[in-house]
Design a protein around this ligand. Structure first.
Ligand code: 3HC
Length: 314
């Protein structure tokens, strides 16, 4: 088949809902889009460990410390599943990682905000992981097999992340006046940055159309954002937390919650590297990466020697 015929056959497979596997023919653009999206997803998981890790030593009880430790460890695992899934596209993990540490690759804007109190940890579980679930449940049906399967595993763990955050927040929201204030203050700081996690408005999303054509995503940024708002408003009301949006209003006609204008200038500023914590996050990750070089070299040398021995024996 010539390229045109291959493209046509590929689109037919996508339209039939088939999974594309690593060894299958795929348009170079499809591969490049997947590498971009999947590697940035993986970077987000790893950087996302920093804001929460900041509170492990200060968790209010042994139980909360154990739960937070388990969650942060899960995020590392999500990063590994996603880097492994991205490597099936013929790229090296080291290059992907160095792309965001020293290059232009992105990670989710949400992780460039500070965690100022322990209530932030509750809100990250409820809102940030809640938003990730809305997105990743869709990605679990992605056309690229390894990405879909990685998200299936990730979603199972995310639901624990969201539940533990929501449970803690409910406790604080019905606790002392100081705890109630801490909880509401954290929601006020994290609400709008969480809506930005879903990406720019559809009208300014250069990648969405192509990703939807190839069923990498099946919903647009705005559609996902809307379903997240609809679900979060109810959850907030259930525990007496206020959503910090004076324009929030239930729309009887559409059956959705209309919400106010997202501060997009903040969004673009943060993803261009000028958010509250961008510099600290990259500095911490570069330090860990550079100080961990000896571990990688030792592991590679061990693997090399082991392979040499096996080749000699065979
Ligand atoms: N943060 C950083 N960059 C963002 C962004 C965000 N919240 N939203 C969009 N962008 C970037 C895009 O990467 C793109 O830049 P690029 O072309 O240089 O990569 C540009 O802004 C335009 O955005 P588009 O809408 O055209 O891009 P996409 O169609 O790729 O949509 C996305 C962006 C929604 C992040 C999509 O890539 C996606 O769903 N990615 C997979 C999921 C993911 O990465 N989630 C991040 C959170 S991980 C997490 O929450 C961990 C959990 O355990 C807490």
């Amino acid at each position: 088949m010539n390229t045109q015929e291959k493209l046509k056959a590929f689109q037919q497979r996508i339209d039939k809902g088939e999974k594309i596997e690593p060894k299958d023919w795929m348009p170079e653009r499809y591969r490049k889009q997947l590498i971009r999206m999947m590697s940035q997803h993986a970077h987000s998981e790893i950087v996302g460990m920093l804001p929460e890790g900041n509170w492990i030593t200060r968790a209010p009880s042994l139980k909360r410390k154990m739960v937070l430790l388990a969650k942060v460890q899960d995020e590392a695992g999500h990063g590994l599943y996603l880097y492994s899934a991205t490597e099936t596209l013929g790229v090296k993990r080291q290059n992907l990682v160095e792309d965001y540490l020293y290059g232009k690759a992105k990670y989710s804007s949400i992780f460039n905000y500070p965690t100022l109190s322990y209530a932030d940890i509750c809100v990250i579980g409820w809102l940030v992981d809640g938003a990730a679930i809305v997105n990743q449940t869709m990605l679990a049906k992605s056309s690229y097999g390894p990405y879909a399967r990685a998200n299936i595993r990730i979603c199972k763990e995310e639901s624990f992340h969201k539940k533990q955050g929501y449970e803690m927040l409910a406790k604080m929201a019905s606790g002392s006046p100081d705890q109630q204030k801490m909880a509401q203050d954290a929601v006020n700081r994290w609400w709008w940055p969480t809506l930005m996690m879903f990406g720019p408005p559809d009208t300014e999303s250069p990648n969405s159309a192509e990703l939807i054509k190839w069923r990498v995503k099946s919903k647009t940024n705005d559609e996902l954002r809307q379903s997240f708002v609809d679900r979060s408003v109810m959850e907030a009301q259930a525990i007496g937390i206020e959503i910090p949006d004076p324009d929030l209003k239930y729309n009887e006609e559409t059956g959705h919650w209309d919400f106010g204008e997202i501060p997009w200038d903040e969004f673009w500023r943060v993803i261009k590297g000028d958010g509250p914590m961008n510099r600290e996050r990259l500095k911490a990750r570069r330090k860990a990466y550079e100080e961990g070089a000896w571990v990688r070299e030792a592991a590679m040398e061990y693997a090399r020697k082991k392979k040499l021995k096996e080749d000699k024996a065979s």
